[in-house]
Write a protein that binds this ligand. Structure first.
Ligand SMILES: [Zn+2]
Ligand SMILES: [Zn+2]
Length: 300
């Protein structure tokens, strides 16, 4: 899994920096997570091929998370996109998009599937042989979801050198990776566990925007990477509560309680110039933390 940050800021963009958006590459599928104003420029700036995006996930109906959606849908038509695009978004966003398309009489050359989300409970919204997407209901001033994206590796990893050494015919390699025993060239039964190992399924959660909300912990326990919003510093926690956002310390507490491997913070308020203060605050509670910034890439 590879994550690219396209925007790292909160609602007000700074010079050269954009509102929250990311693209996740998982098993050769591309998932765009949130779609603010300026998204097309950021996709161009960071060389993400427009046509590669298969899915778009929208967390909530605040403009800094979806104002770029209509523009992108429209551009896809101008580019004569033909491959299917699936969008998961709050019901109200699908209503806005549908009415904008109707008013503008936009003709689509591609299959656009818009799936409305309105459940207050976590739900599995997508599953393939390769990965799943599950919603993480957040607590914000309007209906808002985070997303947990998890790999599904059904096959085991073969130790090729050992398999050759044990004189196993290569036609049986596939069986071994599926967890079946086979016989080698001398007729000896080989236990699949001796020549294969379990492949770890990696997982990533995107949580923006939300007030400190411990209910999410059980959904994200032990995941490889957690993105959690940190709009404010602790010294401004009153503002965080008022606007239903989190502080860096809130994000640290969630990461620590969920025992995630790594924390990535973003959605910074434009009032802060020195973002190192965010890292310092998180490190009082949780060590493995990085700042999101536009253009950053992370291997998960
Ligand atoms: Zn926001
Ligand atoms: Zn918001």
């Amino acid at each position: 899994m590879k994550l690219k940050i396209l925007g790292s800021q909160g609602a007000l963009p700074k010079r050269g920096l954009y509102s929250s958006s990311q693209v996740l590459n998982i098993k050769n599928k591309y998932i765009l997570i949130d779609c603010p104003e300026g998204i097309q420029f950021q996709l161009k700036n960071y060389r993400v091929k427009f046509s590669k995006i298969d899915f778009i996930l929208i967390s909530h109906a605040h403009g800094d998370h979806y104002f770029g959606l209509m523009g992108l849908i429209s551009t896809y038509s101008l580019l004569r996109r033909t491959n299917k695009l699936t969008i998961f978004c709050p019901k109200v966003v699908s209503e806005i998009i549908n009415s904008q398309m109707k008013i503008s009489s936009i003709f689509l050359y591609y299959d656009l599937e818009i799936i409305s989300l309105n459940s207050k409970d976590s739900e599995k919204i997508y599953e393939s042989n390769d990965f799943t997407i599950v919603t993480i209901p957040l607590k914000h001033s309007i209906y808002c979801n985070g997303f947990l994206i998890s790999e599904k590796n059904n096959k085991r990893k073969l130790n090729l050198d050992l398999a050759k050494k044990l004189n196993i015919n290569k036609v049986y390699f596939n069986k071994l990776t599926k967890g079946e025993n086979v016989f080698n060239e001398m007729g000896r039964e080989i236990d699949f566990r001796d020549v294969t190992s379990k492949v770890l399924n990696r997982s990533y959660a995107y949580c923006s925007d939300t007030i400190y909300f411990p209910n999410i912990i059980e959904k994200i326990t032990h995941i490889d990477l957690l993105y959690h919003e940190s709009t404010f510093l602790e010294k401004d926690k009153k503002k965080a509560k008022l606007t239903m956002h989190s502080t860096a310390m809130d994000a640290a507490k969630i990461a620590s309680k969920a025992q995630v491997s790594k924390l990535l913070i973003g959605h910074f308020s434009s009032r802060y110039e020195n973002l190192d203060l965010f890292i310092n605050e998180v490190k009082q509670r949780f060590q493995n933390v990085e700042l999101a910034f536009d253009g950053k890439e992370i291997n998960i």
